[in-house]
Design a protein around this ligand. Sequence first.
Ligand SMILES: Cc1cc2nc3c(=O)[nH]c(=O)nc-3n(C[C@H](O)[C@H](O)[C@H](O)COP(=O)(O)OP(=O)(O)OC[C@H]3O[C@@H](n4cnc5c(N)ncnc54)[C@H](O)[C@@H]3O)c2cc1C
Length: 473
Amino acid sequence: MSPEKKKLRRYHKVKSEDVAALAAIAGRQNIVVAPEKLLDYGRDETPLLEPVLPEIVIKPQNTRAISALLKYADDKRIPVTTRGGGTGLSGGCVPLRGGIVLSLEKMDRLLEIDHDNFAAVAQPGLQLGSLRDSLEAVGLSYPVALGEMTATVGGSVATNAGGMNAVKYGVTRHHVLGLEAVLANGEIIRTGGKFVKCSSGYDLTQLLAGSEGTLAVITEVTLKLQIKPACREALFIPFHNLQQAIESVPEILMLGRVPVGLEFMEESILQIAEGYTGKKLPYRSFEAFLLVLAEADSQDEIADYFCEVEAVVRKHGAADALVPPGRLAMKKLLEAREGFYHAIKKFAPMQILDAVVPRSEIARFVADVKKLEPKYGIPVVVYGHAGDGNVHLHPINRGMPYATWKRKLVSLMKDIYELCDSYGGAVSGEHGIGIDKKEFFNSTGDKAVLKTLKNIKAALDPHYVLNPGKIFD
Ligand SMILES: Cc1cc2nc3c(=O)[nH]c(=O)nc-3n(C[C@H](O)[C@H](O)[C@H](O)COP(=O)(O)OP(=O)(O)OC[C@H]3O[C@@H](n4cnc5c(N)ncnc54)[C@H](O)[C@@H]3O)c2cc1C
């Protein structure tokens, strides 16, 4: 046995008497133990990650049941991994140490839309797409838009998800007003409320946002809403080179209006996306592109803004600036962007990194990453949220023996994360640490910060039953 293995905490294995006790708490119909059904709960969307089977899946229907389940698991030292939509890209909901997967799929109701307070109250298992549709029907909006809208409210809060609209609206944590959550010992807490201001003690709402199921199970979320903007348009800008495209970003952001999203992409990703969707995209002979998304009260306001953007990007060598002609063309373009991840996944074996650097450093960071390609013989497909510094990097395998590629990949990723660190960045901009980035987070992170995080974990979950093995060991 390796020294690392020896150090692993020992947990109680789920036995038949535990299954009976857990079924008595949650209801027999909410328990899954059949081995053939467990696999779906042992993985998420993270590439290259081997599934790990839970010993039991429980689908609680209310907070009271979760409280009793956690108390039982904590007393018995059974690991509990909370699962939302399973769309995560860091292995966060993979039950690394077995035990219980707490799937919140049956707690999926939108409990309230409060027009007076511009707030919505949702159960954690509600999918973001469903939330968007319900709000749009009454002229309201929750502006966090992920590339995968089957992600849940609870999962997106637990990962502090970002998405394409973050330049203007910020990330998930900026829209969470309050939470109901169950602590490891089964205690139920309520934080925040339907108000924006609060300076009453430590901010537990914000501590739990982004805690990846390691500190508590989120059982209800109060979200901040806004009026749905009247118009939304996209501007697609081809460049002869990637550096020019990225370098124009700071100047675009200095214009009077803040774009909703500001994305950059290389030509190679458009080629891959075309192959995946079977739909032709414009200006394919250029090396790089910017996509500017804007919202306003009128088309005229957006047209004026896009004229200003065009003047800036032309100065930086843009070949054109194109507003997709009509709703259908815009839908096609945005669908292609949203489909990047699945397109690359289908195209070749790949890994995903979602490093974040100050946006003024993106151009130099990406140029340095590109210099690593010949060193390892691994192409790195790059695109991302240029407006907020979050770069998605996909090292892909084009015909290298798989074992060699995986070995080189580890060194390549280490180099990329070190570069990111040297530019004042962080390991993950929006997907979380989970299992996948644990090693890099722990090796590049500030040691005093890591110690503080571990102290918080020990205070809230002294028996380490909540999602063990995530963020750190
Ligand atoms: C195609 C694609 C596009 C994507 N685009 C984006 C994007 O644009 N921006 C972005 O940020 N992410 C994106 N993601 C990643 C993913 O969708 C997000 O991380 C999302 O927030 C995960 O939500 P989920 O409900 O699927 O959570 P899961 O994957 O089920 O879980 C994620 C983490 O949250 C914890 N968790 C889940 N529910 C709770 C709860 N109620 N209480 C406590 N902990 C909980 C889990 O234990 C785990 O650690 C994308 C993924 C895919 C596959």
